[in-house]
Design a protein around this ligand. Structure first.
Ligand SMILES: Nc1ncnc2c1ncn2[C@@H]1O[C@H](COP(=O)(O)OP(=O)(O)OP(=O)(O)O)[C@@H](O)[C@H]1O
Length: 248
């Protein structure tokens, strides 16, 4: 496994006001890592720092030299009066060959959309086209910042299954921020829960049953994680050591 990026003792601040502190994190090739946390907990700031768009106040981020990153945004506003097919959208701003466009659409799970107008796409199709665009650069790391915010839960679940398929095919690592806690956590190898710092981290099962996570998000998981069993990979702030079923 190759280390794609590493953050050491990261402190992030805006105008001198610290918003995230003491972040240590390593991301290896092929991993799916999800960042969860309440509004304002520093999730987007951390993504920005990791890709080099926000300089840390202290600490450092090291990226593999030449790391290819694909970014899937939350949304993108397109002028509804603009006639623009999916294939032409994917070819902006630089020209992309037809076969590359076809492959990207296929990998994103929408092989037949090339000739369709952007404005006619459903929310789920639109996000897949944004995924296709991110895949054009053959990324080693795919970053998604709340990419399923406009989708309903089945739509989000289906989108994350597509992400898993992309990872399986290309071996890219995936780093994402999401509010679809249970859907997205189930698709992750590792979850980081932020609240101004990393308040807990580990497998989805570990995080879902950590008291820090439950204090932030409650225990109402609609049964989705009810069968998860508590495991023993807690951070220093987790001082409980008993085994129990995650009771919902
Ligand atoms: N450009 C900025 N200038 C000043 N403060 C900022 C800036 N961007 C973010 N912040 C502040 O930093 C903190 C963390 O914001 P951030 O957007 O990283 O959180 P988040 O967890 O992604 O939130 P959300 O879930 O609401 O998107 C917040 O208090 C926010 O107000």
């Amino acid at each position: 496994m190759t280390t794609l990026l590493e953050a050491r003792d990261l402190v992030l601040a805006y105008q001198g006001k610290t918003v995230l502190r003491d972040v240590n994190l390593t991301l290896a090739s092929g991993e799916i890592v999800t960042i969860v946390g309440p509004n304002g907990s520093g999730k987007s700031s951390l993504l920005r720092a990791l890709i080099g768009a926000l300089a840390p106040l202290r600490g450092a981020v090291t990226r593999k030299p030449g790391l290819r990153v694909g970014y899937v945004p939350q949304n993108l506003v397109i002028d509804p009066t603009l006639p623009l097919t999916v294939a032409r959208f994917l070819g902006l701003p630089q020209r992309i060959g037809r076969s590359a466009v076809r492959t990207a659409l296929q990998d994103a799970g929408v092989p037949d959309l090339g000739g369709q107008q952007m404005v006619s796409l459903s929310g789920g199709q639109f996000q897949r086209v944004l995924l296709a665009r991110a895949l054009l650069s053959d990324p080693e790391l795919l970053i998604l910042d709340e990419a399923t915010q406009s989708l309903d839960q089945p739509g989000a679940a289906s989108f994350y299954r597509q992400i898993e398929a992309v990872r399986a095919r290309t071996g890219c690592a995936v780093l994402m921020v999401s509010h679809d806690l249970h859907v997205v956590m189930a698709a992750s190898d590792r979850v980081l829960c932020l609240n101004g710092h990393i308040c807990c981290e580990g497998t989805p099962e570990v995080v879902a049953s950590a008291p820090e996570y439950r204090a932030l998000f409650g225990t109402g998981t609609q049964g989705a994680l009810a069968l998860y069993r508590h495991q023993h990979q807690h951070g220093p702030e987790c001082d409980h050591d008993h085994v129990h079923e995650a009771a919902e």
